[in-house]
Ligand binder design. Structure first.
Ligand code: ADP
Length: 888
């Protein structure tokens, strides 16, 4: 490495055209012009010691008119070596007297002394011209004092520009210099590491960084980059060390950045290339393997089919783009790859969903709709009227955002079948989404696709099944949704039922909005109370009470029996169920608000009849069919001596043809013994109440359940004990409190009610009371058993039975006032079903009686009461005997 050198006062000058040799740089040049050949020969070749020469940059005058000082001493030289100017090497200088501005050469005032590290001489053939190749090392800067010639080459008087040792030491103390050199070293270090990483070479350059003085390092680094001539000159002129360092840092840093950018670009390009090349290769391999296996491109065919299905699905453009992206991803995957299947199932769903496909909605005829509802359903006059009104509004304003219909009533009253009739009347498809027991919001909205086994929610799944975007969608049992830690399905339903929001319904699985606004939603529920108020707010409630026995009979005769017979391949030719028998079924085998179990019982009869008919069939068809088969066809065949062929009787949907194939002497008529044989002994009878209340301590209440109204017995008994009250029968808090209140009231009135001789006597002296609500497995709660409880207790203490024909409902206050309760209509219907003749109700429930069918009211005596004493008066045979003495 270049150590500090003593420079002579004069140096032979080799001009470098548009090029700078910096100290520390090593360069190889080829000298061909006579003047430079001469210079090399005289100054370097012929000297024993390796000589020094000066390298001085020159700039063509026409390039830049005034950058560096023009040294205009009268320098004379021949100009025969112009040809060498393109080479980064020596060039010749014309006269600098300015006569010919085209030929003026601008000499730079500073240059670098250089030492020849290696020299070789050559002779060009065939001209015999001598040339030299010189390896030069830049040593130190000098400035030109005077430029002259020695023979054909230049010579200059110079002054060295390098600092002395003392000056150096002084500068090294300078804090600015220290900071600058640190910065430079850090940048240089970074550059070296990057370069070494790229070339995976060892750390020789790093050693350089440790051993070479910093000001020389700056030159060496800069000399190794390709930088512009101006910048090279600028570096050469940076005699001041601080200036030199900061300039060098800037240049090294710039170089570093450019390497980084270049690297990034290459990486990217390489990455892309190699990825697609890899994919291509793998695909080729896959194809080859498949061909070998004879397993030709099934998947690709499938994917093509999927793609065309997606194209015809009519997705909105943004969703189509999303689907295409997903499809591209899928195409790149292997079928065995995890995620392939889920991605595929997802795309199938996108393709299957009815984005635009709709049932054409014809101009519907209100009259026809009404007829349809009438033929499908007996009675329900008000309900049908309301539905027709709803449809009329839709007809006038098809896009009307009216409320959602919600049918509320006990099971089996025809809610579902009404909705399917609406769909039929509108000519739309019908789909039922069961919400019973849905507690997880994901059931409505779907699971995100990140979950394993994720699925779309029930709505989207339903739409996929029904395959049109405008079906009538029944949200069944909307009151049975509950909320827990997994979210609140009701809030998702809110979005579904809100016409403003459901245009962009967001299913988590689907992850793109789906327009539900064309779907006609109808909901059903058993009870109103559990439905969250905001949800209820969006719905128009239509209540369906239970049916009276007469209505049930009509429904059975007109609708259920024909349907049941048809379902079992029978007709009235085979089985007849007389009205009297249907009435018996209603009375003895069913106790429900709707007609579901009635339908089941009728179905049981039909099954039994089918067996009978089928047994007869074994005899009948053989003869008959033989007879029938004796058709010309058979005869011809027989005549022709060929084999007899089987004749297949085509089966139609409802098997009428099969039935038609049989002849039965007379239809089977259901009678009482058959009822008992098929349905078993009667399950209910009107004597039940009488038997149960025969013992004192039992009273008949009316309660409200999910299945509509029910008759509920309350049993009380006393036994030896410590005056405690025991309650059983799965009771809630409210009903337990009612029992406490009842007992307190009875104890407080014991003397007035003649239950005890004096007021001092404790009714509970030495005994416990146990109250039980039968049907122990069914949870019960509510305040409406208040008056029933008191009646049971009074009956117990007085040892008098209550009237078997009287049922009651009503809340009681501690002071004996009877307060109104809910569900009156259903409760009265239940009482009627049970054959109850008298019903005791709170007076303030009078208004609810309007809703009760008049046919039922006609068969019942309704007693309205204000106080508990009136209840007791009515509940016991011959009234309440203690009333006269009562001070209440
Ligand atoms: P829900 O949905 O209220 O539980 P469904 O609609 O399933 O009851 O009705 C049960 C059965 O009773 C169905 O076969 C239905 O056709 C029949 N049904 C109920 N009410 C009537 C009615 N008024 N007229 C004719 N059939 C009825």
């Amino acid at each position: 490495m270049a150590e500090s050198v003593e420079l002579p006062s004069r140096l032979a000058i080799l001009p470098f055209r548009n090029k700078v040799l910096l100290p520390g740089a090593i360069i190889r040049i080829r000298c061909t012009s006579p003047s430079s050949v001469k210079l090399v020969e005289q100054e370097l070749w012929q000297k024993e010691e390796k000589g020094l020469i000066g390298i001085l940059p020159v700039r063509d005058a026409e390039d830049t008119p005034s950058v560096s000082p023009v040294i205009s001493q009268g320098v004379g030289a021949d100009s025969t070596e112009r040809s060498s100017k393109t080479q980064a090497g020596p060039t010749d200088s014309p006269k600098l007297n300015g006569k010919n501005p085209q030929e003026v050469i601008h000499w730079h005032a500073r240059g670098v002394a250089a030492r020849a590290l290696h020299l070789s001489r050559g002779v060009e053939k065939p001209s015999g011209r001598v040339t030299y190749t010189v390896v030069l090392e830049g040593l130190c800067r000098f400035s030109v004092q005077e430029l002259g010639t020695r023979g054909t080459y230049y010579i200059a008087r110079i002054t060295p520009l390098e600092m002395t040792k003392a000056e150096m030491e002084h500068v090294e103390q300078d804090p600015d210099f220290i900071t600058l050199s640190r910065r430079f070293k850090a940048t240089a270090m970074e550059l070296i590491s990057i370069l070494e990483q790229k070339q995976k070479a060892g750390g020789r350059t790093k050693v350089l960084l440790e051993t070479v003085p910093i000001h020389k390092l700056a030159d060496i680094f800069v000399a190794s980059f390709e930088i512009s001539f101006e910048e090279q000159l600028c570096m050469l002129d940076s005699v001041d060390l601080k200036v030199r360092l900061s300039k060098a840092t800037e240049l090294v840093d710039r170089h570093l950045q450019s390497i980084r950018v270049a690297e990034k670009i290459t990486q990217k390009v390489e990455g892309q290339l190699s990825k697609s090349q890899k994919e291509f290769l793998l695909r080729q391999q896959m194809r080859a393997i498949k061909e070998e296996l004879g397993d030709n491109d099934d998947d690709e065919d499938d994917l093509a089919a999927l793609e065309s299905k997606m194209q015809s699905a009519g997705m909105p453009s943004n969703i189509w783009k999303h689907a295409q992206r997903e499809l591209r991803r899928l195409k790149k995957m292997q079928p065995q790859q995890p995620g392939y299947n889920s991605s595929r199932v997802y795309l199938e769903l996108l393709a299957d969903l009815p984005w635009q496909k709709a049932t054409e909605e014809h101009e519907f005829d209100l009259k026809a709709a009404k007829e349809r509802l009438d033929t499908d359903h007996y009675g329900l006059v008000k309900v049908k009227q309301r539905i027709i009104e709803y449809l009329a509004v839709r007809k006038l304003k098809p896009d009307a955002r009216g409320p959602i219909l919600c049918f509320v009533g006990p099971p089996g009253v025809g809610k579902t079948s009404l909705v399917s009739s609406i769909a039929a009347a509108l000519g739309r498809k019908f789909i039922r989404i069961s919400l019973g027991g849905v507690k997880d919001e994901a059931d409505i909205r779907g699971h995100r696709r990140t979950y394993i086994g994720s699925m779309p929610g029930r709505l989207i799944d339903g739409l996929k099944r029904v395959a049109v975007c405008n079906p009538v969608m029944l949200l069944d049992e909307i009151d049975k949704t509950g909320s827990d830690v997994r979210g609140d399905p009701a809030s998702a339903l809110l979005e579904v039922l809100d016409p403003e929001q459901n245009k962009t319904f967001n299913d988590h699985y689907l992850n793109v909005p789906f327009d539900l606004s064309k779907v006609m939603f109808v909901a059903t529920a058993n009870r109103l109370q559990p439905i969250p108020p905001p949800l209820l707010d969006r719905m128009e409630v239509i209540e369906l009470p239970g049916y009276t026995p007469e209505e049930k009979l009509r429904i059975a005769m007109q609708h259920l029996i024909p349907r049941v017979l048809d379902q079992h391949g029978l007709s009235s030719e085979f089985l007849q169920i007389p009205e009297a028998m249907v009435t018996l079924i209603i009375q003895r085998y069913t106790r429900e608000a709707g007609v579901r179990s009635l339908e089941r019982n009728l179905a049981a009869l039909a099954r039994a009849a089918a067996v009978k008919v089928a047994e007869q069939e074994q005899v009948v068809p053989l003869n008959q069919d033989m007879h029938r088969l004796a058709s010309p066809l058979v005869e011809n065949r027989l005549a022709g001596g060929g084999e007899v062929e089987m004749e297949v009787i085509p089966m139609s949907e409802n098997n009428h043809e099969i039935a038609g194939a049989f002849h039965i002497a007379s239809p089977l008529v259901v009678d009482e013994p058959m009822l008992e044989k098929v349905l078993g002994p009667p399950r209910f009878d009107d004597t039940e109440a009488a038997e149960r209340v025969a013992t004192p301590g039992v009273s008949v209440g009316l309660v409200w359940t999910n299945f509509g109204g029910e008759v509920q017995f309350v049993e009380a008994t006393a036994m030896v004990g410590k005056g405690e009250l025991h309650l059983t029968g799965q009771l809630g808090d409210v009903i337990k409190e009612s029992a406490q209140i009842a007992l307190t009231w009875v104890r407080a009135r014991a003397a007035d009610l003649k239950l005890a001789i004096t007021e001092e006597i404790n009714l509970l002296q030495g005994r416990d009371i146990h109250i039980h609500f039968p049907a122990g497995a069914v949870p019960k709660d509510g305040p409406s058993a208040g008056i029933t409880l008191v009646t049971a207790l009074v009956s117990l203490f007085s040892q008098k039975s209550v009237r078997a024909d009287t049922a009651m409902t009503g809340e009681m206050t501690l002071r004996g006032l009877v307060l109104p309760v809910g569900g009156i209509k259903d409760k009265i219907l239940a009482a009627h079903r049970h054959g109850v003749k008298r019903v005791i109700l709170p007076e303030r429930n009078l208004k609810d009686l309007v809703e009760v069918p008049s046919a039922v009211l006609a068969n019942l005596e309704v007693i309205l009461v204000k106080r508990m004493e009136e209840v007791l008066e009515q509940a016991f045979d011959g009234g309440c005997p203690w009333r006269q003495h009562s001070r209440l």
